[in-house]
Design a protein. Structure first.
Length: 83
């Protein structure tokens, strides 16, 4: 998924094919690196509260979480073929 910052036309690849794997392997650390702080905190505390079960469920929602994060920041989706 490519997103463009409308203020400076910077294009960033928000998620790769293996993003779900990085969430599974690194958990809340992945969200901190990506700057999605609310999900970093939520993943951490849900992981503790559910004794780690949430850590196996969170990777399924990686793409939608990242996409919504960029939408909330005002970024615009870019068609990969137009670049």
């Amino acid at each position: 998924m490519l997103f463009k910052n409308p203020q400076n036309d910077y294009i960033e690849d928000s998620a790769s094919i293996l993003s779900w794997l990085w969430v599974f392997l690194f958990g809340p650390i992945y969200w901190a690196v990506r700057g999605v702080w609310t999900h970093m905190v939520a993943h951490f505390f849900l992981g503790i509260a559910t004794f780690g079960i949430a850590h196996f469920i969170y990777p399924f929602f990686t793409y939608s979480i990242l996409r919504n994060s960029y939408y909330k920041k005002g970024w615009i989706p870019v068609d990969a073929e137009s670049e």
